[in-house]
Design a protein around this ligand. Structure first.
Ligand SMILES: [Zn+2]
Ligand SMILES: [Zn+2]
Length: 380
Protein backbone atom coordinates (compact mmCIF):
# COMPACT_ATOMS: atom_id res chain seq x y z
CA UNK A 1 0.00 0.00 0.00
CA UNK A 2 1.33 3.39 -0.92
CA UNK A 3 2.29 5.57 1.98
CA UNK A 4 0.55 8.92 2.30
CA UNK A 5 2.55 11.97 1.58
CA UNK A 6 3.98 13.62 4.70
CA UNK A 7 2.89 17.09 3.63
CA UNK A 8 -0.58 15.77 3.02
CA UNK A 9 -0.66 14.14 6.45
CA UNK A 10 0.00 17.50 8.06
CA UNK A 11 -2.24 19.35 5.63
CA UNK A 12 0.41 21.78 4.38
CA UNK A 13 1.86 22.54 0.98
CA UNK A 14 5.43 21.68 -0.06
CA UNK A 15 6.44 25.32 0.20
CA UNK A 16 5.34 25.56 3.86
CA UNK A 17 7.80 27.25 6.22
CA UNK A 18 9.16 25.60 9.37
CA UNK A 19 6.78 27.64 11.49
CA UNK A 20 3.81 26.65 9.34
CA UNK A 21 4.79 23.00 9.54
CA UNK A 22 5.12 23.22 13.31
CA UNK A 23 1.78 24.94 13.65
CA UNK A 24 0.06 22.38 11.42
CA UNK A 25 1.67 19.56 13.38
CA UNK A 26 0.46 20.90 16.70
CA UNK A 27 -3.05 21.19 15.38
CA UNK A 28 -3.09 17.67 13.94
CA UNK A 29 -1.41 16.15 16.99
CA UNK A 30 -3.96 17.72 19.28
CA UNK A 31 -6.76 16.57 17.01
CA UNK A 32 -5.60 12.96 16.86
CA UNK A 33 -4.15 12.65 20.34
CA UNK A 34 -5.36 9.31 21.81
CA UNK A 35 -6.28 11.00 25.08
CA UNK A 36 -8.90 12.98 23.22
CA UNK A 37 -10.07 10.10 21.04
CA UNK A 38 -10.55 7.32 23.55
CA UNK A 39 -13.54 5.95 21.57
CA UNK A 40 -11.73 5.83 18.25
CA UNK A 41 -9.43 2.81 17.73
CA UNK A 42 -7.82 4.43 14.68
CA UNK A 43 -6.73 7.56 16.48
CA UNK A 44 -3.51 6.06 17.67
CA UNK A 45 -2.50 5.09 14.15
CA UNK A 46 -3.26 8.56 12.82
CA UNK A 47 -1.42 10.12 15.71
CA UNK A 48 1.63 8.01 14.85
CA UNK A 49 1.42 9.06 11.22
CA UNK A 50 1.31 12.71 12.11
CA UNK A 51 4.32 12.31 14.37
CA UNK A 52 6.21 10.40 11.75
CA UNK A 53 5.53 13.12 9.21
CA UNK A 54 6.60 15.86 11.56
CA UNK A 55 9.67 13.94 12.64
CA UNK A 56 10.91 14.13 9.05
CA UNK A 57 9.69 17.58 8.06
CA UNK A 58 10.99 19.40 11.14
CA UNK A 59 14.52 18.21 10.43
CA UNK A 60 16.12 20.09 7.54
CA UNK A 61 18.34 17.15 6.51
CA UNK A 62 15.55 14.62 6.60
CA UNK A 63 13.22 17.03 4.90
CA UNK A 64 15.70 17.60 2.06
CA UNK A 65 16.08 13.84 1.65
CA UNK A 66 12.35 13.35 1.61
CA UNK A 67 11.80 16.16 -0.87
CA UNK A 68 14.32 14.49 -3.18
CA UNK A 69 13.60 10.81 -2.78
CA UNK A 70 10.18 10.60 -1.15
CA UNK A 71 9.56 7.74 1.25
CA UNK A 72 12.34 5.81 -0.47
CA UNK A 73 14.80 8.05 1.35
CA UNK A 74 14.07 6.20 4.55
CA UNK A 75 13.82 2.64 3.36
CA UNK A 76 16.72 0.30 4.03
CA UNK A 77 19.40 0.50 1.44
CA UNK A 78 18.00 3.63 -0.10
CA UNK A 79 19.00 6.06 2.55
CA UNK A 80 20.73 8.30 0.05
CA UNK A 81 20.01 11.47 1.92
CA UNK A 82 19.70 9.99 5.33
CA UNK A 83 22.72 10.76 7.41
CA UNK A 84 23.62 10.35 11.00
CA UNK A 85 22.23 6.83 11.26
CA UNK A 86 18.69 7.79 11.97
CA UNK A 87 16.02 5.18 11.43
CA UNK A 88 13.28 6.18 9.07
CA UNK A 89 9.65 6.46 9.74
CA UNK A 90 7.52 4.38 12.05
CA UNK A 91 9.02 4.93 15.46
CA UNK A 92 7.22 3.14 18.23
CA UNK A 93 4.39 4.78 20.00
CA UNK A 94 6.30 5.54 23.18
CA UNK A 95 8.87 7.64 21.39
CA UNK A 96 6.21 9.34 19.28
CA UNK A 97 4.41 10.14 22.47
CA UNK A 98 7.38 11.64 24.17
CA UNK A 99 7.98 13.75 21.11
CA UNK A 100 4.58 15.28 21.15
CA UNK A 101 4.82 15.94 24.82
CA UNK A 102 8.06 17.75 24.38
CA UNK A 103 6.73 19.80 21.53
CA UNK A 104 3.31 20.61 22.83
CA UNK A 105 4.17 21.21 26.41
CA UNK A 106 7.86 21.94 26.45
CA UNK A 107 7.23 25.63 25.88
CA UNK A 108 4.81 25.89 28.75
CA UNK A 109 7.09 24.19 31.20
CA UNK A 110 9.48 27.06 31.40
CA UNK A 111 11.59 25.76 28.55
CA UNK A 112 13.20 23.28 30.90
CA UNK A 113 13.49 20.77 28.10
CA UNK A 114 15.99 23.02 26.33
CA UNK A 115 18.55 23.12 29.09
CA UNK A 116 20.27 19.84 28.66
CA UNK A 117 23.21 20.57 30.90
CA UNK A 118 21.19 21.09 34.12
CA UNK A 119 23.64 23.29 35.85
CA UNK A 120 21.67 24.70 38.71
CA UNK A 121 22.06 28.27 39.91
CA UNK A 122 22.78 28.48 43.62
CA UNK A 123 20.12 29.61 46.06
CA UNK A 124 19.77 33.22 47.10
CA UNK A 125 20.50 33.82 50.74
CA UNK A 126 18.80 36.21 53.10
CA UNK A 127 20.66 37.66 56.02
CA UNK A 128 18.82 39.68 58.65
CA UNK A 129 21.01 42.44 59.99
CA UNK A 130 19.88 44.27 63.10
CA UNK A 131 21.51 47.59 63.76
CA UNK A 132 21.14 50.63 65.93
CA UNK A 133 19.84 53.99 64.75
CA UNK A 134 23.29 55.47 65.40
CA UNK A 135 24.81 52.92 63.01
CA UNK A 136 22.12 53.70 60.45
CA UNK A 137 23.10 57.37 60.83
CA UNK A 138 26.83 56.81 60.50
CA UNK A 139 26.95 53.81 58.21
CA UNK A 140 28.62 50.66 59.38
CA UNK A 141 31.17 48.07 58.44
CA UNK A 142 29.44 44.81 59.16
CA UNK A 143 31.16 41.47 59.40
CA UNK A 144 28.76 38.67 58.71
CA UNK A 145 29.32 34.95 58.78
CA UNK A 146 27.43 33.32 56.00
CA UNK A 147 26.73 29.69 56.66
CA UNK A 148 26.48 28.06 53.31
CA UNK A 149 28.14 26.13 50.64
CA UNK A 150 30.87 26.70 48.14
CA UNK A 151 31.95 24.97 44.98
CA UNK A 152 34.06 21.91 45.80
CA UNK A 153 37.68 22.73 45.10
CA UNK A 154 38.70 19.11 44.60
CA UNK A 155 36.45 18.56 41.56
CA UNK A 156 36.04 22.23 40.54
CA UNK A 157 32.34 21.91 41.27
CA UNK A 158 31.65 19.25 38.65
CA UNK A 159 31.03 16.51 41.22
CA UNK A 160 33.14 14.05 39.25
CA UNK A 161 36.37 12.59 40.58
CA UNK A 162 39.31 14.26 38.92
CA UNK A 163 37.06 16.92 37.40
CA UNK A 164 35.83 14.61 34.62
CA UNK A 165 32.83 15.73 32.62
CA UNK A 166 29.52 14.18 33.70
CA UNK A 167 27.83 11.76 31.30
CA UNK A 168 24.35 11.99 29.84
CA UNK A 169 22.05 9.78 31.89
CA UNK A 170 21.39 6.56 29.93
CA UNK A 171 17.98 6.01 31.56
CA UNK A 172 16.37 9.26 30.50
CA UNK A 173 18.77 10.36 27.74
CA UNK A 174 19.33 13.60 29.54
CA UNK A 175 15.66 14.59 29.87
CA UNK A 176 15.68 14.16 33.61
CA UNK A 177 12.28 12.56 33.41
CA UNK A 178 10.98 9.20 32.35
CA UNK A 179 7.56 8.47 30.98
CA UNK A 180 5.59 5.30 31.41
CA UNK A 181 2.36 4.56 29.65
CA UNK A 182 -0.57 3.21 31.58
CA UNK A 183 -3.50 2.66 29.23
CA UNK A 184 -4.11 5.96 27.56
CA UNK A 185 -2.37 7.87 30.27
CA UNK A 186 1.23 8.74 30.39
CA UNK A 187 2.85 9.16 33.74
CA UNK A 188 5.91 11.32 33.94
CA UNK A 189 8.34 10.77 36.76
CA UNK A 190 11.66 12.18 37.80
CA UNK A 191 14.35 9.88 36.46
CA UNK A 192 15.40 7.51 39.26
CA UNK A 193 18.93 7.12 37.91
CA UNK A 194 19.95 10.77 37.83
CA UNK A 195 17.31 12.28 40.15
CA UNK A 196 16.22 14.63 37.38
CA UNK A 197 19.62 16.11 36.57
CA UNK A 198 19.86 14.45 33.18
CA UNK A 199 23.47 13.63 33.89
CA UNK A 200 25.25 11.03 35.89
CA UNK A 201 28.66 11.02 37.40
CA UNK A 202 30.56 7.81 36.96
CA UNK A 203 33.06 8.30 39.76
CA UNK A 204 31.69 10.76 42.27
CA UNK A 205 34.17 13.13 43.86
CA UNK A 206 35.30 11.80 47.25
CA UNK A 207 35.28 15.25 48.83
CA UNK A 208 31.72 16.31 48.02
CA UNK A 209 30.02 13.00 47.27
CA UNK A 210 29.18 14.08 43.73
CA UNK A 211 27.18 17.20 44.50
CA UNK A 212 30.01 19.53 43.51
CA UNK A 213 29.31 21.58 46.63
CA UNK A 214 30.79 21.56 50.11
CA UNK A 215 29.53 23.17 53.32
CA UNK A 216 31.61 26.16 54.14
CA UNK A 217 31.01 29.21 56.25
CA UNK A 218 32.28 32.45 54.80
CA UNK A 219 33.03 35.74 56.43
CA UNK A 220 31.96 38.80 54.51
CA UNK A 221 32.86 42.38 55.25
CA UNK A 222 30.07 44.61 54.09
CA UNK A 223 29.84 48.37 54.09
CA UNK A 224 26.34 49.33 55.16
CA UNK A 225 25.79 52.84 53.84
CA UNK A 226 24.49 55.65 56.02
CA UNK A 227 20.76 56.23 55.81
CA UNK A 228 19.48 52.65 55.73
CA UNK A 229 16.22 51.92 57.42
CA UNK A 230 14.12 48.94 58.33
CA UNK A 231 13.19 47.22 55.09
CA UNK A 232 16.29 48.34 53.19
CA UNK A 233 17.61 45.46 51.11
CA UNK A 234 21.24 45.29 50.10
CA UNK A 235 22.06 42.86 47.32
CA UNK A 236 25.48 41.30 47.09
CA UNK A 237 25.58 39.70 43.67
CA UNK A 238 27.16 36.27 43.54
CA UNK A 239 27.56 35.97 47.31
CA UNK A 240 24.73 33.46 47.73
CA UNK A 241 25.05 29.72 47.71
CA UNK A 242 27.33 28.10 45.18
CA UNK A 243 25.64 26.66 42.11
CA UNK A 244 25.34 22.93 41.66
CA UNK A 245 27.68 21.22 39.22
CA UNK A 246 29.34 24.38 38.05
CA UNK A 247 26.18 26.54 37.94
CA UNK A 248 26.44 30.23 38.86
CA UNK A 249 26.13 31.23 42.52
CA UNK A 250 23.00 32.89 43.91
CA UNK A 251 22.89 36.35 45.45
CA UNK A 252 23.01 37.40 49.07
CA UNK A 253 20.41 39.84 50.31
CA UNK A 254 20.95 41.73 53.52
CA UNK A 255 17.65 42.77 55.07
CA UNK A 256 18.22 45.66 57.43
CA UNK A 257 16.26 46.09 60.61
CA UNK A 258 16.95 49.28 62.53
CA UNK A 259 16.17 48.85 66.20
CA UNK A 260 13.97 51.20 68.18
CA UNK A 261 15.92 54.00 69.85
CA UNK A 262 15.38 55.05 73.48
CA UNK A 263 15.32 58.78 72.60
CA UNK A 264 14.58 59.28 68.92
CA UNK A 265 11.72 58.14 66.78
CA UNK A 266 12.30 58.08 63.08
CA UNK A 267 9.95 58.89 60.26
CA UNK A 268 11.72 58.51 56.93
CA UNK A 269 14.61 61.00 57.20
CA UNK A 270 13.18 63.03 60.07
CA UNK A 271 13.75 62.37 63.73
CA UNK A 272 11.42 63.19 66.59
CA UNK A 273 12.36 63.71 70.19
CA UNK A 274 10.00 64.55 73.01
CA UNK A 275 11.65 66.67 75.70
CA UNK A 276 9.93 67.50 79.00
CA UNK A 277 10.22 71.12 80.16
CA UNK A 278 9.30 72.41 83.56
CA UNK A 279 6.24 74.59 84.02
CA UNK A 280 8.38 77.53 84.99
CA UNK A 281 10.70 77.24 81.96
CA UNK A 282 7.67 76.94 79.68
CA UNK A 283 6.11 79.97 81.37
CA UNK A 284 9.13 82.23 81.65
CA UNK A 285 11.09 80.96 78.66
CA UNK A 286 14.66 79.66 78.75
CA UNK A 287 17.05 77.25 77.15
CA UNK A 288 17.36 73.49 77.12
CA UNK A 289 19.95 71.04 75.80
CA UNK A 290 18.55 68.79 73.14
CA UNK A 291 20.39 65.56 72.22
CA UNK A 292 21.32 64.93 68.59
CA UNK A 293 21.75 61.57 66.82
CA UNK A 294 25.46 62.19 66.21
CA UNK A 295 25.96 61.91 69.97
CA UNK A 296 26.21 65.66 70.53
CA UNK A 297 23.82 68.24 71.89
CA UNK A 298 22.33 71.45 70.67
CA UNK A 299 21.08 74.44 72.64
CA UNK A 300 17.41 75.13 72.04
CA UNK A 301 15.57 78.32 73.02
CA UNK A 302 12.23 77.76 74.75
CA UNK A 303 9.92 80.67 73.88
CA UNK A 304 8.13 82.49 76.67
CA UNK A 305 4.70 81.00 77.40
CA UNK A 306 5.17 77.97 75.14
CA UNK A 307 2.36 75.43 75.28
CA UNK A 308 2.80 71.69 75.74
CA UNK A 309 3.08 69.82 72.43
CA UNK A 310 4.84 72.65 70.60
CA UNK A 311 7.27 71.36 67.99
CA UNK A 312 10.56 73.06 67.31
CA UNK A 313 12.32 72.18 64.07
CA UNK A 314 16.08 71.82 63.87
CA UNK A 315 17.04 71.75 60.22
CA UNK A 316 19.54 69.18 59.01
CA UNK A 317 19.75 67.37 62.34
CA UNK A 318 17.87 64.31 61.09
CA UNK A 319 18.98 61.24 59.19
CA UNK A 320 20.97 61.20 55.94
CA UNK A 321 19.24 59.94 52.82
CA UNK A 322 20.40 56.60 51.48
CA UNK A 323 21.08 57.59 47.89
CA UNK A 324 21.03 61.37 48.05
CA UNK A 325 22.86 64.17 49.76
CA UNK A 326 19.85 65.53 51.62
CA UNK A 327 19.47 65.27 55.37
CA UNK A 328 16.28 65.19 57.39
CA UNK A 329 15.31 67.44 60.29
CA UNK A 330 15.04 66.92 64.01
CA UNK A 331 11.73 67.88 65.59
CA UNK A 332 11.78 68.64 69.29
CA UNK A 333 8.39 68.30 70.91
CA UNK A 334 8.12 70.19 74.18
CA UNK A 335 6.13 68.40 76.88
CA UNK A 336 5.27 70.83 79.67
CA UNK A 337 5.30 68.98 82.94
CA UNK A 338 2.83 69.66 85.74
CA UNK A 339 4.84 69.86 88.96
CA UNK A 340 4.26 67.17 91.59
CA UNK A 341 5.27 66.66 95.24
CA UNK A 342 4.89 70.34 96.15
CA UNK A 343 5.85 71.67 99.58
CA UNK A 344 3.34 73.67 101.63
CA UNK A 345 5.07 76.85 100.66
CA UNK A 346 5.01 76.02 96.93
CA UNK A 347 1.27 75.27 97.16
CA UNK A 348 0.71 78.55 98.99
CA UNK A 349 2.65 80.46 96.31
CA UNK A 350 0.58 78.86 93.57
CA UNK A 351 -2.65 79.78 95.32
CA UNK A 352 -1.42 83.36 95.53
CA UNK A 353 -0.51 83.16 91.84
CA UNK A 354 -4.01 81.99 91.03
CA UNK A 355 -5.62 84.80 93.02
CA UNK A 356 -3.65 87.38 91.04
CA UNK A 357 -6.04 86.90 88.15
CA UNK A 358 -7.39 84.42 85.64
CA UNK A 359 -6.16 86.13 82.47
CA UNK A 360 -3.13 83.83 82.49
CA UNK A 361 -5.04 80.99 80.88
CA UNK A 362 -6.69 82.35 77.72
CA UNK A 363 -7.02 78.92 76.15
CA UNK A 364 -8.81 77.52 79.20
CA UNK A 365 -11.21 80.45 79.24
CA UNK A 366 -11.88 80.12 75.52
CA UNK A 367 -12.59 76.41 75.81
CA UNK A 368 -15.07 76.75 78.65
CA UNK A 369 -16.92 79.57 76.96
CA UNK A 370 -17.34 77.25 73.92
CA UNK A 371 -18.53 74.44 76.23
CA UNK A 372 -21.05 76.82 77.82
CA UNK A 373 -22.40 77.70 74.37
CA UNK A 374 -22.69 74.01 73.56
CA UNK A 375 -24.65 73.27 76.76
CA UNK A 376 -26.90 76.28 76.25
CA UNK A 377 -27.61 75.10 72.70
CA UNK A 378 -28.63 71.68 73.99
CA UNK A 379 -31.21 73.28 76.36
CA UNK A 380 -32.78 75.30 73.55
ZN1 LIG B 1 33.95 17.53 44.72
ZN1 LIG C 1 18.20 10.22 34.12
Amino acid sequence: MAKRDYYEMLGVGREASDAEIKKAYRKKAMEHHPDRNAQDPNAEARFKEVNEAYDVLKDSQKKAAYDRFGHAAFENGHGAGARGGFQGGGGDFASAFSDVFEDLFGDFMGGQAQGRTRRARGSDLRYNLKMSLEDAFNGKKATIDVPGSAACEVCSGTGAEGGAEPLTCPTCSGHGKVRAQQGFFTVERTCPTCSGRGQIIKNPCHACGGSGVVRKARTLNVNIPAGVETGTRIRLAGEGEAGLRGGPPGDLYIFVEVEAHPIFQREAQDLYCRIPVSMTTATLGGEIDAPTIDGGRTRVKVPVGVQSGKQLRLRGKGMPALRATTTGDLYIELAVETPVNLSHRQKELLRQFDEEGRDNSPETQDFFSRVKGFWDGMKG
